[in-house]
Design a binder for this molecule. Sequence first.
Ligand SMILES: *[C@@H]1O[C@H](CO)[C@@H](O)[C@H](O)[C@H]1NC(C)=O
Ligand SMILES: *[C@@H]1O[C@H](CO)[C@@H](O)[C@H](O)[C@H]1NC(C)=O
Ligand SMILES: *[C@@H]1O[C@H](CO)[C@@H](O)[C@H](O)[C@H]1NC(C)=O
Length: 435
Amino acid sequence: RHPTVMSLIWLMLLMSGKILPEKPKRSALNQLTRTLLRNYDHGVRPVHNWTSPTTVYIDLILQSILDVDGKTQSITTSIWYRQIWTDEFLVWDPEEFDGITEISLSSDAIWIPDVIVSEFVDEGKSPPIPYVYVNSSGSVKNYRPIQAVLACNLEMYAFPFDKQNCTLTFRSWLHSVKEIDLALWRNADTIANDKREFMNNGEWELLSIPSHYWQYHQGDTDYAHIQFNVLIRRRPLLYVVGLLIPSIFLMLVDVCSFYLPLNSGTRITFKISILLGYTVFRVNLMDELPATAVKTPLIGVFFVVCMALLMLSLAKSILVVKLSHHSEKEVKQMSLSACLLDKYGSVGRYELDPLQEDLVSLNEAQYAPCRLEWLLRELVSLRLTLYQDESEDSAQAEWLALCSKVDRFLFRVYLLVLGLYACTLLLLWTSWSFA
Ligand SMILES: *[C@@H]1O[C@H](CO)[C@@H](O)[C@H](O)[C@H]1NC(C)=O
Ligand SMILES: *[C@@H]1O[C@H](CO)[C@@H](O)[C@H](O)[C@H]1NC(C)=O
Ligand SMILES: *[C@@H]1O[C@H](CO)[C@@H](O)[C@H](O)[C@H]1NC(C)=O
């Protein structure tokens, strides 16, 4: 009998609840989540009447522009994206659940609209946010940061004074406007001028983000779109200091080299060194320039034209130096005075070659009385040679003066070309930077 008595006592002890562990009471949060998701099907659009569309409210805050790539025509941005919609099945009475008015749910467990940006080329490194926030009236807030690489039609011609207009178009990839409609969460003006979160110390300055709603008609269905135009402007200072000013300095040095003496070779050496320096400078800064396949930025043309001008000035110097050296040998044939001189020379050629000298000495011996005549002749010849030297010198000087005149003329033409070029660029660039 004993075993039955023992088991009875055992049973009584059990019933008293001292041995069985107390069943834990569920927390209000847990209970609410279970109640909400008990019969929830996350694959079904959460509306009671299927004919009513779900409106997704969209908001966007631009945080930074990470990269603008001209070669792939894309920009990398960091955006704070928010979408808010109403889920008619996630509604509860806060009184029943310990006064809870808002709860976070796993985003995998509930229906999420398939709203994406059409310009995405790469999702980038967006951190995954596994939760959404739901309040008691069924409003679901899905906030997430997005780092996105967007296709954008970049216009690089005005670099580094360029502005870019990149669009971000949010749309449901599949659902028509009858199922998913879009709207802006905040006022369009507020979004356009919201620069609080923008990292404003980088290369790009945010001008504004105008936005508008439109519907795309395809077949007999309409698709809702919300388009944001991100308008940004490049800060040119970095490029002006790094690219334009050194270039301008080199051009100025080149202009100064016109004051070197024209008939010495130093000018050419000097110009070649400038050209060399410029080439090195260009090669070093090659990767700073944005690479676009279709249209080269004007600054690229600027560099090439600068180089061409340096070449031109070198060619001009070579020409002038060649001219001035030419004169030393061939001035007699070339200049007018030299022609005259030649004529004189042929009329009275009294140069004494050795044979003539012998003759003269013979004459001297034979005709002593003719000594005076000989002396006279000698004097005339001396005078003529002297005259010849003198005119040669003056011809030389004249020639040099002519050369320096040509030099000055070419210099002026060069300055004019340079000035016109500089003015055009300056006008263009200032108009772009103040546009
Ligand atoms: C759904 O809504 C439409 C109009 O909004 C209404 O005509 C229709 O009767 C509703 N259907 C149901 C099942 O409530
Ligand atoms: C839930 O959130 C929406 C949007 O923020 C708001 O309009 C609504 O009043 C909220 N409901 C409650 C009960 O707080
Ligand atoms: C930006 O581009 C869009 C279309 O791509 C155009 O509608 C809008 O006017 C442009 N904005 C500016 C300021 O150029």
